[in-house]
Design a protein around this ligand. Structure first.
Ligand SMILES: Cc1ncc(COP(=O)(O)O)c(C=O)c1O
Length: 394
């Protein structure tokens, strides 16, 4: 079997989630129907909402089910922007970190291109941590015009954890709503919606051992959100559409397992991640680790995230050669029209384009083992040699 080192892309479902979901798929019921089958489906949804509230320390009424992280990010950004502009048209500035996922970057660009928004991207230091001072400067200059601030909880490429609490403290002083994309954080860090102080938080099922195509936005009751999808008025009139009852049940079951196993998994994965990074750096290939990394630490960098730059190689060549050797991983960045683009995250950390092209992301999760790490380290020297030859370097 291949060594799967791409848990940040999607992680295998937990058995309990598969069982809960398949049992629900065998029953009929639209949660909006009034007959017995409908009420049974509704009961499953509301029970799941409560369990999710417990897992994430949120009120059940703060849970809005969506189709996943991308939709939740879009709803948070576009829905808040529209609501804030409706009450005060001068609130046109959106503030976000430069290392957000495209599910945050692109809705912001859309609002800039079509809805008169202005954006201020906040930089990060070499370790990948938000420069909070730049937020202070910006707020001192133009807090009145800020519609919202969006800063992810943990980065999906390098795994650095962001100072969300510090952002919230500053935003609250000016009454500015804060959204955080916590897609990569849940399961690796303690995530409490109540304690975080944020107004909106994005979560997706398939990164926590739940099904694909289901996620949620946690939204405080006070958060004004203009809906993006209109129809049957489900989910507080904010997100219409027939609820995916099996998906919701599967997500609740997965979150239960993920949160219950978090501490033990974090310890285990930190040791595996450190072995991977130390092993890769020690092979004499000129590899460097990207972002903050201290052996044993899982507060500043996610326990499951390793991210390397191997200069003189194209990340895509590394990926395909590793795949051929039975190792599945990622470059972390997207292709546009089939052309690999250097990652905006790696560039934001201050690396050159040449370095960014040699980026490789290796992410671990609940099914990762020592054997996966050893398989990767065993395959890497020959793969790097071939990738450098292909690039004309070696
Ligand atoms: C940080 C982050 N936000 C959002 C998403 C998108 O989530 P989904 O795949 O559920 O749409 C991802 C997925 O890679 C992610 O890593």
């Amino acid at each position: 079997m291949a060594a799967y080192l791409d848990h940040a892309a999607t992680t295998p479902m937990h058995e309990a989630a598969i069982e809960a979901m398949t049992a629900t798929m065998r029953t009929v019921g639209n949660a909006s129907s009034l007959h017995t089958a409908g009420r049974r489906a509704r009961a499953l949804v509301e029970e799941s909402r409560e369990r999710i509230g417990v897992a994430l320390d949120a009120r059940p009424s703060e849970v809005i089910f969506t189709s996943g992280g991308t939709e939740s990010d879009n709803l948070a950004i576009k829905g808040t922007y529209a609501a804030r502009r409706a009450t005060d048209p001068s609130k046109r500035t959106i503030v976000a970190s430069a290392i957000e996922h495209h599910a945050v970057l692109d809705p912001i660009e859309f609002l800039v291109n079509t809805q008169g928004a202005r954006v201020r991207w906040l930089g990060v230091d070499r370790g990948g941590r938000l420069l909070v001072d730049s937020l202070d400067e910006l707020l001192a200059e133009r807090a009145d015009s800020v519609a919202l601030i969006s800063v992810m909880w943990a980065n999906n490429e390098v795994g650095t954890v962001q100072p969300v609490r510090e952002v919230v403290t500053r935003a609250q002083a000016y009454g500015i709503p804060v959204h955080t994309d916590a897609v990569q954080a849940v399961g690796h860090l303690p995530v409490s919606f109540a304690d975080s102080g944020v107004d909106l938080m994005t979560i997706t099922g398939h990164k926590v051992g739940g099904p694909l195509g289901i996620g949620l936005l946690l939204a405080r009751r006070s958060a004004g959100l203009v809906p993006l999808v209109h129809g049957g008025g489900q989910e507080r009139q904010v997100r219409s559409g027939t609820l995916d009852v099996p998906g919701i049940v599967g997500l609740a079951a997965a979150l239960d397992v993920t949160v219950a196993q978090r501490e033990a998994q974090t310890r285990r994965l930190t040791a595996l991640r450190d072995r991977l990074i130390e092993g890769a750096l020690g092979l004499g290939l000129g590899a460097q680790v990207t972002g903050t990394w201290r052996a044993g630490d899982a507060q500043e960098r996610l326990a499951g995230h390793a991210h390397l730059i191997i200069e003189g190689c194209e990340g895509d060549s590394l990926l395909y050669l590793l795949d051929a050797a039975g190792i599945e991983c990622s470059t972390g960045s997207a292709c546009q029209a089939g052309v690999p683009q250097p990652s905006h995250v790696v560039l934001a950390l201050g690396h050159t384009e040449a370095q960014a092209r040699g980026a490789l992301r290796l992410t671990l999760g609940h099914s990762s083992t020592d054997a996966d790490i050893e398989a990767f380290l065993g395959a890497l020297p020959a793969v790097v040699e071939r990738a450098r030859r292909a690039a004309g370097v070696a």
